[in-house]
Design a protein around this ligand. Structure first.
Ligand SMILES: [Fe+2]
Ligand SMILES: [Fe+2]
Length: 468
């Protein structure tokens, strides 16, 4: 088919490009499709319509084959992504033919032959366009189908292993999977529509929730460990990953949460810690019964040491370690014969030598332990008779060669020994105790710790009163 008449009028058509494009894109039916699918007419005109027009010019002058439109693929992908239906595509194409026909009427080129030529190009092209569009729809539908199958498989895997839930902006639960129900002990109906706080455990640190909300409201994912509450009141622990779900404008619409149940791990860890604490408690009792100290001495030493450690701004783990380990400072006395330990009168030089070995006996008991509390016990036992100026025993170490735990416990231990009645002596007055600490500052005791101790003496007197 040759396009004699079209060729003859091609210059005229080309000069009227703007008229044709405006007529095409401003037809009411085309405008309605654009509005329905949120298509910007200006964008469409510059990116697609102008190139389509150029392609038709190419077909007319024979430089381009029908069907070889360079933007056709991109144009059809664009319309597909905008959810334009095939019948709407047909309508858009039809109005292009109409706008060309309008031009011929308006310029008085009314000819059946011209209409035939134009129809030939448009119809042949339209056939190709619709086939191509159908293929795009088919391929994309196939891809969506494959993706949905994959998503279903992901969901199965995730549901088997994880606790999954969704909440809306107000924190109301809008989705839970079976595992969520199994772990929390609630039925799905009891959870849906209720606020998330129904599973929140009151023991969870408020700072955890603060950090969580600060992160989520910045549209970032948050992860951390949460202690939750089951329907029966028991706790369960989860490692949780929460992601805000955003709409197309970037606003948060929902929160998606995926969690891993850590309850068993926490229980085991807790049991281990409790076991350690119980062994320590029993050992401390044994130590007290052997050391011939006034009742509750080790409890008070632990209390003073803990308070001093926190006044000195030690980290929480160190404060805990010193609290649980300090009662064992004299555990080595279990290795001292009763004849020396219980002797009423003064000790001979040899007996005193034996007595002093309790520091090292205690150290030997714990030194190979890998548990931090027992390591602290080894250090405290070893160094609680060392003096700041190096005149103590067993090694005569000085200053910060002596571990801070031991420097703290030494002060706590001596304070309690002076402030309480013993079989062989009455308690000292606080004035005398203060005078001694001032006198021994930098000699027996770490001067900085003595400062803190004396500055807060009332706290220590109160701890003493509560444990007598
Ligand atoms: Fe001791
Ligand atoms: Fe003691």
């Amino acid at each position: 088919m040759s396009f004699n008449l079209l060729k003859q009028y091609q210059d005229l058509i080309a000069q009227n490009e703007e008229v044709v494009l405006e007529d095409w894109l401003h037809h009411k039916d085309v405008q309605d499709i654009f509005i329905e699918h949120d298509i910007d007419a200006k964008f469409f005109k510059e990116n697609y319509a102008r190139n389509i027009f150029a392609y038709y010019m190419g077909v007319i002058d024979g430089s381009t084959q029908i069907g070889d439109c360079p933007v056709m693929g991109e144009y059809l992908d664009f319309l597909y992504d905008k959810n334009v239906m095939p019948d709407q595509l047909f309508m858009i194409c039809t109005y292009f033919r109409k706008s060309l026909m309008h031009l011929s009427f308006n310029t008085n080129i009314i000819s059946l032959e011209l209409y035939d030529e134009l129809s030939y190009i448009i119809d042949h092209n339209l056939k190709g366009v619709l086939e191509r569009f159908r293929k795009i729809i088919f391929d994309k539908d196939q891809a969506i189908e494959t993706q949905s199958q994959l998503l279903v498989q992901y969901k199965v895997v995730i549901d088997e292993g994880f606790i999954v839930s969704m909440a809306n902006l107000s924190g109301e639960i809008i989705y839970v999977n079976d595992k969520f129900c199994t772990v929390s002990g609630y039925e799905e109906e009891e959870l849906l529509g209720n606020h998330y706080s129904m599973i929140k455990h009151r023991d969870t640190d408020p700072d955890v929730f603060k950090s969580m909300w600060d992160t989520l409201l910045c549209k970032h994912s948050w992860q951390g460990i949460l202690q939750n509450r089951k329907k029966n009141g028991d706790s369960y622990y989860v490692q949780t990953h929460i992601t805000p779900i955003l709409d197309t404008s970037g606003n948060i619409v929902d929160y998606f949460s995926i969690s891993h149940d850590l309850t068993e791990v926490f229980m085991l860890q807790n049991e281990l810690v409790q076991t350690q604490k119980e062994i320590i408690f029993r050992l401390s009792e044994l130590s007290e019964s052997r050391s011939q100290e006034a009742g509750n001495h080790i409890k008070r030493v632990a209390g003073y040491a803990k308070h001093l450690a926190s006044l000195l701004n030690l980290d929480q783990k160190s404060i805990d370690d010193i609290y649980f380990a300090s009662p064992m400072h004299d555990i080595g006395k279990i290795g001292i014969p009763d004849s020396i330990l219980m002797k009423a009168g003064p000790l001979s030089e040899d007996e005193w030598k034996t007595m002093k070995t309790h520091s090292e006996i205690g150290y030997e008991i714990f030194k190979d332990s890998k548990r931090s509390i027992l390591q602290a016990a080894a250090t405290i036992s070893h160094e609680h008779h060392e003096k700041f100026d190096g005149s103590g025993y067993p090694r005569g170490i000085r200053n910060d060669e002596i571990h801070i735990y031991a420097r703290i416990v030494t002060i706590a231990d001596v304070f309690d020994a002076l402030a309480t009645d013993r079989v062989y002596k009455k308690a000292w007055s606080f004035e005398d105790i203060i005078a001694l600490f001032k006198e021994e500052k930098g000699k027996h005791f770490d001067p900085e710790i003595v400062e803190v101790f004396l500055d807060n003496l009332d706290d220590f007197i109160e701890i003493k009163a509560n444990n007598t």
